[in-house]
Design a protein around this ligand. Structure first.
Ligand SMILES: [Zn+2]
Length: 287
C-alpha cells in the first residue's frame, strides 16, 4: 500500500524535513547492563527442568526470580512468540511498546523486557543470544523483534475470511488457560503483544510496512534470559515455522521449540534483589 499526498507541500517542506532526529529516551540513564554480574551468574548453571513446545501449539512455564531460562531451537528453524507475566499478578505483563521505545525494534543481549505501567520494571534481562551476529541485514531486518504483535484468528478472519485456531494468540490462550485453570475466554484477555523470538523482520524502505523473512535460526541456537522477578511465561511455536512465507495456516513446515530452566551457582547472586516496582507517586498531578 502506498500513500500518495493529498495536499501541496509548503514552500519550506524540505527545510522542515531536515530537522535533526533525536533519540526519544535517554537510555544512558537506565541502570547499565552488568555483564560481569550476569557472566558470573551464568558461568555455573544447573539445569532444573526442560519442556518441549510442540509445533503450532504453546506451553506455559514458571521461572523463579534469579533463575535463567533458554529458548532453544531444535530440529529445524522455528519462530517463537513469548508472553511474560508477573507470576503473582497477571495484570503486570510484558510491555512490548515501551521495550521497543527504550531499546530498539529488535532486542538482544543486554536488553531488558519491561513490564506494563504502573510498575514498569524489568521482567527479564537477555543474557545470551547466539544470533547476535546477525545485526541488521541489507533489507533493514533484524532478529527477535518487539514490533510485531502475534498472529491471531481475528486478523486472519478479516484478511482471509476463514477461521484458523492455531495462531499464536490462540496457542498462548490455551496454554495460559491450562496453566491457570481458567476458561479460554478469560485467559485470552491476559495474552499480549509478544517478543518474537528468532523471528527476522523489519519495515520495507519504500512503504514502511512490516515484513518477515526466513529466520536465520538453526538447531542449537538459543536465547537466554535472566528472570528479574518471579515469572509466568508462555511460548508458542508459531504456525509460520521460520516465517519465511506464510503464517496463520497449516502451509509452513513447523518444528518444536525447547525451553530450559537453570539455577545459578550458590552465592552467584549475593546482594542481588528482584526488580522493584517503579516509584512514581501515581498522583498524576491530582492533589
Ligand atoms: Zn505466530
Amino acid at each position: 500500500m502506498t500513500r500518495s499526498a493529498q495536499t501541496t507541500p509548503p514552500p519550506d517542506a524540505e527545510e522542515r524535513r531536515k530537522a535533526t532526529p533525536v533519540i526519544v529516551y535517554s537510555v544512558e540513564h537506565l541502570p547499565a547492563f552488568d555483564a560481569g554480574f550476569y557472566g558470573a551468574a551464568r558461568s555455573h548453571l544447573t539445569k532444573l527442568s526442560e519442556l518441549i513446545v510442540p509445533p503450532r501449539d504453546a506451553r506455559a512455564f514458571t521461572v523463579p526470580a534469579g533463575h535463567f531460562f533458554r529458548i532453544v531451537s531444535i530440529e529445524g528453524p522455528q519462530v517463537g512468540d513469548l508472553n511474560l507475566w508477573n507470576a503473582h499478578d497477571l495484570s503486570e505483563r510484558f510491555f512490548s511498546g515501551k521495550t521497543r521505545a527504550l531499546h530498539a525494534t529488535h532486542v538482544s543481549t543486554g536488553d531488558r523486557l519491561w513490564s506494563t505501567l504502573p510498575t514498569l520494571r524489568p521482567l527479564a534481562t537477555i543474557t545470551h543470544d547466539t544470533l547476535d551476529w546477525y545485526g541488521w541485514d541489507d533489507d533493514g531486518a533484524g532478529v527477535h523483534d518487539v514490533i510485531g504483535t502475534r498472529c491471531d484468528p481475528y486478523t486472519n478472519l478479516l484478511l482471509k475470511g476463514t477461521e484458523y485456531h492455531h495462531c499464536c494468540h490462540s496457542n498462548l490462550t490455551r496454554a495460559l488457560a491450562a496453566e491457570r485453570n481458567m476458561p479460554p475466554s478469560q485467559a485470552e484477555l491476559h495474552v499480549h503483544d509478544v517478543m518474537n523470538v528468532f523471528m527476522c523482520t523489519g519495515y520495507t524502505r519504500d512503504t514502511h510496512q512490516y515484513f518477515m523473512k526466513a529466520s536465520p535460526v538453526r538447531p542449537g541456537d538459543f536465547i537466554e534470559f535472566f528472570a528479574e522477578m518471579d515469572l509466568l511465561a508462555a511460548l508458542s511455536a508459531c504456525p509460520g515455522g521460520d516465517c519465511g512465507a506464510s503464517h496463520s495456516d497449516d502451509q509452513a513446515i513447523c518444528y518444536p521449540l525447547k525451553v530450559e530452566i537453570y539455577r545459578p551457582s550458590d552465592g552467584a547472586l549475593a546482594g542481588w534483589q528482584p526488580s522493584a516496582p517503579n516509584r512514581y507517586s501515581r498522583t498524576h498531578g491530582v492533589t
